[in-house]
Design a protein. Structure first.
Ligand SMILES: *[C@@H]1O[C@H](CO)[C@@H](O)[C@H](O)[C@H]1NC(C)=O
Ligand SMILES: *[C@@H]1O[C@H](CO)[C@@H](O)[C@H](O)[C@H]1NC(C)=O
Ligand SMILES: *[C@@H]1O[C@H](CO)[C@@H](O)[C@H](O)[C@H]1NC(C)=O
Ligand SMILES: *[C@@H]1O[C@H](CO)[C@@H](O)[C@H](O)[C@H]1NC(C)=O
Ligand SMILES: *[C@@H]1O[C@H](CO)[C@@H](O)[C@H](O)[C@H]1NC(C)=O
Ligand SMILES: *[C@@H]1O[C@H](CO)[C@@H](O)[C@H](O)[C@H]1NC(C)=O
Length: 798
């Protein structure tokens, strides 16, 4: 009985459906709707109700069309999903929501290229405002979603379940499947790995959540722009991206880029929003892994770059290069690797040809694991000779008395300060002539060969080698005892290089050139790799306590684990008894103090950028790195500027290293007068809020471009923080930025920043915002209310 009415209702709906379609908004596409690929892109897309996303055909160069989803309101029309990435279609191709349900893509000849969706039950398709294209049933239940079939991108509100993956595109302009993958495996492990291109099997992982028992259930990119891995019970296991910008003000996406790096990008929705400090373009908010070049390990595959090439990080971007004597097969696709420009050594005439080859040295460069033989306790010269007299040997790597012989094709090449050692690349001296032994000096050459082979055969030579070897063996053994850290492993903390005091003495030419000195010691300049002009700053800790070997190592490791673009990176350390030194990146543009209080006033925008950079760096130290770090000495002298004038915090982690127990109250005041929070004087607990206080003072200095204390100023203006509050209260903020035209034209931001600063310097630590809140206020994600008088707390407590 029940069957009949139900059946007739169904029948009625079917009958009425064509009429329903007229009642629906343009976003709901009924069965039978279709799109056609045409050159002018007109009428070939379905737009979401907000207009932010569109589904349809996009032309890719002159290669053909992708059936895709893209950000439709921005000029770039950035593609976030596609159906036919590995098979572009031509003009006249059609995508149809067929009458019996499935969404189908047919090329111009009518051949079916792609199809999704259940056979029946689909009532309409819709492009949603989240960027999800769905096929829905009569009760609005989604029967198919593009979110469930991601290509290389995730959008806020999208989740990834076990077994799903993002596959990088081939290159920035070629959308077909590439060589890198982000996958939540069905066993619950979350990984980034290289694939066995052109297949999609896992090759070498270069990032993972690294839990002993993987139990990841879903990757969630939530509505607020956080990405994290959750367990089945919903508890958060690992954050993936936790830098955030408001999703209200920014378009956001996370993509495994064609270079293998997983990046979280943002794009301001409007240029006049209060987030004007971001350019109207995609900017990277954060990315993993921090250094793809050194992360990829293993002895298979070409690594982050192609075979025979090497990878280095330039401005957070991967760069692939060929060693001397090699050039790219295909400069358009560097992942194809490098080829030798010369005829390799002949194995029939190895010794005759020895003199035709020489080595080019490459400091801090290696193709780890790609060796076929290795020797301990040898000298560099021995290493060169042994490779030169071996026709299989294409290159050698020498480090700390060890020598590794390597053979092309070399995979996994990387260059960077954490690599250490030296690669010796064997190349033919005269690469223009292919044939061996040609030329007029053949006779001379064979004489040389005779001498060499005689030498190699003689016992004196062997004895010398043995002696040298013994010496180096003891030297290295001694070093190992002091705890040399293996530079290349998957653990971030192990990225630090351990230096001997002797090495640092050499690098700094006997601690010749002083860069400055601070609370913790003196800083010297050094040169790591003479070839690349790689400067480093070496800080010699003078107050280091002699005890706590273990503690020193663990603190240094914790500093070494930090990785943020607004922090000065620690590259290595030396720990030999009383000699404790830290090796940092060298910052070419000095400190914010010089920049700010130098001869000419830096422009408003760059001051704003410094404020943002410092705030983000502090936010990271307080909330985002593994072990919370309280800086305790935030001031313009400790904010350094790199080549691009990006503000980078230095000296973090040292307060703890030098034995200040941060969580306890303490009588020994750290920090610098004028920037220290009142709780230092009051026996109150020291928390991250002391840094917020110092940041507030710094922010005022950045806005007004003057020092916190100026003895020559009028009495009421002497202390900047008091003066700024008076100006804010009395509505005279223009006095604070007098003579600064750029700032005067931006009083809205001046006011916002002063308000934020006054919140930060509240005497009552609990009234101060967290650095997270500060960055949100600065970015405009959170309103800034009028702050109270910062000193109102004193009267109540003293
Ligand atoms: C599309 O249709 C469904 C069901 O008929 C309805 O709930 C939904 O509001 C429609 N969407 C739009 C944007 O009109
Ligand atoms: C993208 O790269 C692949 C692999 O090299 C190639 O087969 C394909 O033709 C390229 N596609 C385009 C549109 O250039
Ligand atoms: C997103 O995740 C973050 C971190 O877990 C959380 O603070 C925030 O409330 C979440 N947002 C939404 C909309 O669920
Ligand atoms: C949820 O699961 C994780 C790992 O599976 C476990 O560590 C955690 O204790 C669980 N939490 C709750 C509230 O059950
Ligand atoms: C931004 O500018 C657009 C026009 O360019 C205007 O419609 C909108 O109201 C402005 N928004 C704000 C927040 O000023
Ligand atoms: C080797 O070849 C390169 C490019 O072909 C050339 O610039 C270089 O001078 C050559 N080297 C020698 C030693 O001939």
């Amino acid at each position: 009985m029940a069957f009949v009415p139900q059946f007739s209702l169904y029948f009625l709906i079917l009958l009425l459906m064509p009429f329903f379609t007229f009642a629906q908004t343009p976003s709901n596409k009924t069965l039978g709707s279709s799109l056609t690929a045409s050159n002018d892109n007109s009428g070939s897309s379905w737009v979401s109700p907000s207009g932010e996303f569109a589904f349809g055909f996009r032309q890719i160069g002159d290669q053909g069309f992708l059936l895709a989803i893209w950000f439709d309101k921005i000029p770039e029309k950035t593609i976030v999903w596609s159906a036919n990435r590995n098979e572009l279609v031509q003009r006249g191709s059609k995508s149809e929501l067929t009458a019996d349900g499935p969404l189908v893509l047919r090329d111009a000849t009518g051949r079916q290229i792609w199809s999704v969706g259940p056979g029946d039950g689909v009532v309409y398709g819709a492009m949603l405002d989240t960027g999800n294209f769905v096929l829905a049933g009569s009760d609005s239940v989604n029967l198919w979603e593009s979110f469930d079939m991601p290509t290389d991108t995730m959008l806020p509100t999208q989740t990834m379940s076990q077994g799903s993956r993002l596959v990088a595109r081939f290159s920035d302009s070629n959308y077909s499947s590439g060589r890198f993958m982000f996958e939540l495996q069905s066993d619950g492990n979350l990984l980034l790995y290289t694939t066995t291109y052109p297949k999609e099997d896992a090759n070498a992982a270069y990032w993972s959540t690294q839990s002993s028992i993987p139990d990841g259930f879903q990757v969630i990119f939530n509505q607020s722009g956080y990405m994290y891995l959750i367990a089945k019970n919903g508890s958060i296991l690992n954050p993936v991206f936790s830098n955030t910008a408001s999703t209200q003000n920014f378009y956001q996406r996370a993509i495994v880029d064609s270079d293998g790096v997983f990046r979280h990008y943002i794009y301001p929705k409007s240029s006049n929003s209060s987030d004007g400090n971001w350019p109207m373009a995609w900017s990277t908010l954060s990315f993993i892994p921090s250094d793809i070049c050194v992360r990829i390990a293993g002895d298979k595959g070409s690594g982050a770059c192609g075979f025979n090439s090497y990878c280095s990080l330039v401005d957070d971007r991967k760069k692939c290069q060929c060693p001397p004597g090699y050039t790219f097969f295909d400069p358009e696709d560097v992942m194809k690797g490098c080829k030798q420009n010369f005829v390799p050594q002949s194995c029939d005439k190895t010794s005759e040809e020895m003199h035709l080859f020489e080595f080019r040295d490459m400091i801090n460069t290696d193709w780890p694991n790609f060796h076929y033989e290795s020797y301990k306790s040898v000298s560099e010269d021995w290493c060169r000779q042994v490779c030169l007299s071996d026709c299989f040997c294409s290159a050698a790597f020498f480090k700390n008395g060890e020598c590794w012989k390597k053979q092309v094709p070399l995979g996994n090449g990387r260059n960077g300060p954490s690599v250490g050692g030296k690669a010796l690349i064997k190349i033919r001296k005269d690469n223009s002539t292919g044939s061996a032994g040609s030329g007029s000096n053949k006779e001379q050459n064979s004489t040389l060969v005779t001498i060499l082979s005689a030498l190699l055969g003689s016992s004196i030579f062997v004895n010398i080698l043995l002696l040298l070897g013994t010496f180096i063996f003891f030297y290295c053994w001694n070093r190992t005892k002091q705890g040399t850290v293996q530079p290349v492993t998957a653990m971030p903390s192990m990225n630090l290089q351990s230096f001997t005091y002797k090495e640092l003495e050499h690098i700094t030419e006997g601690f010749k050139e002083e860069l400055g000195s601070g609370a913790f010691g003196t800083v010297y300049i050094g040169v790591l790799a003479f070839d690349n002009n790689e400067f480093v700053a070496i800080k010699r800790l003078d107050k280091a306590t002699s005890d706590g070997e273990q503690e020193f190592r663990s603190e240094v490791n914790s500093i070494g684990r930090t990785n943020h673009k607004n922090l000065v990176r620690l590259l290595g350390f030396c720990n030999e008894g009383q000699n404790r030194l830290l090796v940092y990146e060298y910052m070419s543009n000095g400190s914010l103090a010089n920049f700010l209080f130098g001869n000419s006033r830096p422009n408003w925008e760059s001051r704003i950028q410094s404020a943002f950079g410092t705030a983000r760096g502090l936010f990271y130290l307080h909330e985002e790195c593994n072990n919370q770090i309280i800086h305790c000495d935030i001031k313009p002298q400790n904010i350094l500027l790199d080549d691009c004038l990006t503000a980078r915090i230095s000296d973090f982690g040292l307060a703890k290293l030098l034995k200040a127990d941060q969580t306890q109250t303490t009588t020994a005041i750290r920090g610098t007068k004028g920037y220290v929070a009142p709780e230092w004087f009051k026996n109150l607990p020291i928390t991250v809020k002391v840094d917020v206080y110092s940041f507030g003072v710094l922010l005022l200095e950045l806005v007004s471009c003057r020092k916190n204390f100026e003895a020559n100023a009028k009495e009421e203006q002497m202390i900047l923080s008091d003066y700024a509050y008076d100006c804010l209260r009395d509505g005279n903020l223009d006095l604070l930025v007098e003579n600064d035209e750029e700032a005067m034209n931006d009083m809205k931001r001046v006011k916002k920043f002063v308000r934020i600063a006054i919140w930060c310097i509240q005497e009552d630590p609990s009234l101060r915002p967290t650095m997270k809140k500060v960055t949100q206020m600065m970015e405009g994600a959170v309103e800034v209310s009028a702050p109270p008088d910062p000193t109102s707390f004193i009267s109540s407590i003293v």
